[in-house]
Ligand binder design. Structure first.
Ligand SMILES: [Zn+2]
Length: 201
């Protein structure tokens, strides 16, 4: 499955780490290990069925400062500036590009196992919900699955169905593999398989 109609569908897709079975944390952010969109910076944890955050954007043309709430039950975004049409969302989609991640933060696990969506997108026009202008999210698309095991960073590109391996020590260039389904192997077999492939690549 690579597309999810709602945020809830995505969250329910995988709620436990495939390596340690701990619950995955749910965040919305515009940066991660793999791509650094540092401006404007967003990092918010999923709480009470919502992602909520202050969003500010300043340029010579405009200053935007608003509170944004994304509700997973309705799958809608609401913000507290009215009459600016779609401007805030255009900036969110084009500059901030936040995406949703499900991540393992278990210190004992150490894999930082993470599944990430592509940046979230919205429908072009608002609808009304309880008298407020709200914007429906477009279906979420899967982007990547990542994990760190034994000083090796594994990047599964879920769009292209390919795997890249970034060995940290000794440093060598990323190695591209056929798609490696991380869920199919116990951790020790996975690392053995990867190391064998690194030697023969
Ligand atoms: Zn884990």
């Amino acid at each position: 499955m690579s597309s999810f109609t709602t945020i809830t569908d995505f969250i329910n897709y995988k709620n436990k780490c495939i390596f340690c079975q701990n619950n995955l944390s749910i965040t919305l952010s515009n940066f991660s290990l793999e791509d650094l969109y540092l401006f404007p910076s967003i990092y918010t944890k999923y709480n009470n069925y919502k992602f909520e955050f202050h969003f500010s954007y300043n340029s010579i043309f405009e200053n935007i400062d608003t509170f944004i709430s994304i509700d997973s039950k309705s799958n809608q975004l609401m913000y507290d500036i009215i009459d600016n049409e779609r401007r805030v969302l255009n900036i969110l989609e084009q500059s901030a590009r936040p995406h949703i991640e499900l991540s393992c933060f278990n210190d004992q696990c150490k894999t930082k196992y993470t599944i990430a969506t592509k940046p979230i997108r919205f429908e072009n026009s608002y609808v009304y919900n309880l008298g407020r202008q709200v914007w429906n999210l477009k279906p979420l698309q899967l982007r990547s699955e990542t994990a760190e095991i034994d000083n090796i960073y594994i990047y599964n590109d879920l769009v292209k169905s390919e795997t890249k391996i970034f060995p940290k020590k000794p440093y060598i260039n990323p190695i591209k593999f056929d798609f490696l389904n991380l869920s199919s192997y116990p951790k020790n077999q996975l690392i053995h398989k990867i190391k064998t492939q690194i030697i023969f690549s």
